[in-house]
Write a protein that binds this ligand. Structure first.
Ligand SMILES: [Fe+2]
Length: 332
């Protein structure tokens, strides 16, 4: 049950301002994906997820990479665009990233086109083993994490993402900074939550405690422009502290599975609370997109002799995401 990728909204939320005079994104110049290169992956089963949890996910893959995304020119232009957005960086008031830019696609046309690049989405889809499209909640399509000014703080503490799939692209050469590695926990969200003394739903808030070293993997990125892709809602991960001040920048681009048969793994309960400008409309588009594809499937596929019980079941399934959002909006 494949949905077509959702088009970017026609307008942008009023709180944002787009850069002017930007370079134009061109995958032939700025991208350096190589489909012929084999990418190492680890599965949800490797992490200890059980068959019911895995059956809820369109992809069996937990993490893949590193793999090349940006060309040297892509890194140069992205770095230049980010230097113009640095003044819009925010600091999480809780336990997450102390120096980040959110909603990058509402600030930069170049970053929007990179995040919506079908060639890149195709590469990530092939690695993750399921068709993916640019994330249907535009505010989540692109995050940037800069190194914190105070190096005693983690770049981003242990957490799971509130969105389901993403890639983390490093801009600098890995040998230009000490520490600051992208790391993931080879275990389930339940295990990590137990170690942190919390519930899995709370993992997105971030935890600074250490996880058992023997089960922590550092992504072995060999050059700037490389990325790791992950099912971020299932993989407990962090960007560790830097050992001394340095530039260390990652671009996080998010995706949604186009196969909408599966449960929505995006954490709408949490996203709605962030209440960025445009959130309600973004979530309405996301849920409508999922329900529309499911309703379309009824139109194309419902046997005319179906009994009322199975019709009811399919209708409920089709509108489940929209109904959930109605409840969330009424409760907020
Ligand atoms: Fe993350």
């Amino acid at each position: 049950m494949l949905a077509k990728p959702l088009q970017f909204p026609a307008d942008i939320p009023s709180d944002y301002e787009m850069l002017v005079d930007e370079p134009v994104y061109d995958p032939a110049i700025h991208l350096a994906v190589d489909e012929s290169r084999q990418v190492e992956t680890e599965t949800l089963a490797d992490f200890g997820y059980n068959k019911h949890e895995i059956a809820d996910c369109p992809s069996p893959i937990a993490v893949g990479g590193p793999f090349r995304v940006l060309s040297p020119e892509g890194i140069r232009v992205t770095t230049e665009v980010l230097s113009r957005l640095r003044s819009t960086a925010e600091s999480d008031t809780g336990n997450r990233a102390p120096n980040y830019v959110a909603g990058g696609v509402y600030k930069s046309r170049f970053l929007r086109d990179l995040s919506n690049c079908t060639e890149l989405a195709g590469r990530v889809s092939n690695i993750m083993g399921t068709p993916l499209g640019a994330h249907t909640i535009p505010h989540q399509q692109l995050y940037v994490n800069f190194a914190p000014e105070d190096v005693s703080k983690a770049v981003d503490n242990w957490h799971t993402d509130s969105i389901d799939y993403d890639i983390v692209i490093l801009l600098e050469e890995p040998d230009t900074f000490d520490g600051g590695k992208f790391q993931y926990f080879r275990g389930t969200d339940r295990e990590a939550a137990e170690i942190f003394g919390t519930q899995t739903e709370e993992l997105p808030v971030g935890f600074s405690d250490e996880l058992p070293e023997s089960r922590v993997v550092s992504a072995a990125k060999t050059c700037g422009g490389e990325a790791v892709c992950q099912q971020g809602a299932k993989v407990v991960h962090r960007a560790q502290k830097l050992n001394k001040p340095a530039e260390r920048t990652t671009l996080v681009i998010s995706y949604v599975p186009l196969d909408v048969r599966f449960k929505d793994q995006n954490n709408l309960e949490r996203i709605i609370e962030w209440d960025h400008a445009g959130t309600a409309a973004e979530l309405a588009r996301h849920c409508s997109w999922r329900s529309q594809a499911r309703l379309q499937n009824i139109l194309e596929d419902l046997p005319i002799n179906s009994d009322s019980e199975s019709v009811l079941e399919r209708l409920k399934f089709a509108v489940a995401d929209v109904n959930k959002l109605i409840e969330l909006l009424e409760a907020n």
